[in-house]
Design a protein. Structure first.
Length: 252
């Protein structure tokens, strides 16, 4: 188990000598391709070397360990996320753009989900994203620890939603069927469950439930949750920014 603080970002980059046939950037991009295809369990220095037509020993010149390589890969894909500059749009739209960007990245690279929190995230793309996030939320009026809590709340919703969606997508791929076909196949059993659990059965008969598209339900659920979070933050932000009146003070 690697030491959490022993990160690729806390060590100096090894100086190049001679004319290496591969760059660290090439190695990281090839690793991402392998991770996208087979997940973290499918990545090894030997397999990566074979993909690049190079021995594992030469890879170690650029990347000391597989854990270092994973850190580099995570930071690379984090660079796909766009965080708007303050003032480019209202804060809610800016946060929505950022949140949807994170979700899209995680669904393109679901292997990232299992790596979050395991090692430090001090890479240039993560720090650029973090800096812009602080600027965006600061401009919206969030300060100090509250800004951190707001960022964590939004990120937790994104990661939770993406984790469930990525797992469902993997299950559908393994089945060889579409989500709609799987839903249809399960209908008889769900009908039986509805009879055994009347509240569940009653809800299934409500308007709009039967029309829920299994291909779109995750995206719609994510958007609904994000909007309700932003509604709550907007209400809290407005309340915190409004000075208490004398009547409020007396009632308190």
């Amino acid at each position: 188990m690697p030491d959490f603080i022993d990160s690729v970002w806390t060590r100096p980059v090894r100086a190049r000598t001679g004319q290496p046939t591969l760059s660290r950037e090439q190695i990281v991009r090839a690793a991402i391709e392998l991770l996208d295809a087979e997940g973290a369990a499918g990545l090894s220095m030997r397999r990566l070397g074979a993909r690049l037509g190079s021995g594992a020993t030469s890879l170690y010149w650029h990347v000391a360990t597989k854990d270092d390589l994973l850190e580099l890969a995570v930071d690379e894909v984090m660079g796909e996320i766009y965080v708007p500059e303050p003032g480019d749009a209202p804060w809610r739209i800016g946060v929505s753009v950022m949140a949807n960007g994170i979700r899209a990245m995680l669904l393109r690279h679901p292997w990232v989900i299992g790596l979050l929190g395991l090692r430090p995230t001090f890479g240039p793309n993560v720090m650029r994203m973090g800096n812009r996030t602080v600027a965006l939320l600061s401009a919206a009026g969030f300060r100090g620890p509250d800004l951190s809590h707001v960022s964590s709340l939004i990120t937790a919703h994104v990661i939770g939603s993406a984790t469930t969606e990525a797992a469902a997508a993997a299950m559908v791929r393994r089945s060889g069927r579409s989500a709609a076909e799987m839903q249809e196949k399960l209908q008889p059993y769900v009908e039986t469950l509805s009879e055994e659990h009347p509240e569940f059965g009653r809800w299934r008969k409500e308007e709009g439930v039967a029309a829920m598209d299994p291909e779109r339900v995750f995206a719609e659920s994510f958007a609904f949750g994000l909007e309700r979070i932003l509604d709550g933050l907007e209400l809290w932000r407005t309340r915190e920014a409004t000075p208490a009146t004398s009547a409020d003070a007396e009632s308190a």
